[in-house]
Design a binder for this molecule. Sequence first.
Ligand code: HEC
Ligand code: HEC
Ligand code: HEC
Length: 228
Amino acid sequence: MSRWRALAALALAALCLAACGPRAEFHIVAGSEQKSLEPLVMDFCAKQNVKCVIDYKGSLDIGQMVGSADANTIDAVWPASSLWIEMYDKQHRVKDMKSVAQSPVILGVKLSKAKELGWATGKPVEWVKIHDLPDYVYFNHSAHVNHGVGCIECHGRIDRMERVFQAKPLSMGWCLECHRDPGPHLRPKDQVTAMVDTQTSPEIAEDLVKQYGIHNVAYMTSCSTCHR
Ligand code: HEC
Ligand code: HEC
Ligand code: HEC
């Protein structure tokens, strides 16, 4: 398309938006972390003559919303991390996902403290991957989190770690130990991020296994479940 035709189309769209009754509304659901960027978004919307409405929600709520029928009421999602979309967007409703910023792990550190810790190198902070399975192992977060396996089961008390470390072996034996009898490790889905140990009684365990439709032991321990 020539530049002129593109410009003409844009002008037409702007005209229509201005003249076709009430302004179009654009509904964004965003993580509360994004609040500081709101003026930028609103400025953009004003220039487009679109009425933008931003709803701030927690990351888990955004993930669950994308995975539910409520998704139809949203025009765009803007979570703090794509992890939440990857975990909950089972129906692939989000077609195009772009990172607008890398959220830094550390926003501000006292220079004296950074020097004390040997961090004041002048180089940017790097992402250090702590949990890393070999490539021949198939792993999938959503299969776990959507079936009531809490983060704490595999990552431990992240909330109490001054520095993140690998709390569990992540070995084949360890994976299998739970896969043989997952019931006692399950919890209600709205508690997957809770940093408390499961207190799942045998009755509740049995109930959750049924409710989540957990596969039988043969499937859960079959080589091809984890090596595809
Ligand atoms: C069943 C175990 C299990 C559960 C439950 C689980 N994770 Fe993980 N997580 C892993 C494994 C294994 C890896 C490494 C994956 C790889 O190397 O492919 C990982 C990697 C990660 C990473 C990247 C970490 C790094 O060191 O770079 C993040 C972030 C993460 N998980 C967050 C979460 C959150 C948040 C939850 C809960 C909502 C969760 N995980 C639940 C097992 C789990
Ligand atoms: C604390 C319990 C627990 C631990 C630890 C665990 N898993 Fe799982 N895993 C589950 C549950 C529960 C499911 C859901 C099973 C289902 O959908 O029937 C699951 C599902 C899976 C699936 C998807 C199976 C499918 O086809 O739907 C894979 C792959 C998997 N786990 C790999 C692993 C690997 C690899 C590890 C070790 C690094 C691991 N899991 C550790 C409980 C666990
Ligand atoms: C629940 C997930 C799971 C199942 C089921 C599973 N594995 Fe594994 N397997 C793993 C993980 C995780 C590792 C990597 C362990 C590590 O890095 O310490 C692994 C590693 C291996 C290795 C490499 C061992 C080594 O020392 O280098 C072999 C071989 C293997 N598995 C074979 C099998 C066979 C055969 C089966 C079926 C009888 C099987 N696995 C079933 C998760 C699984």
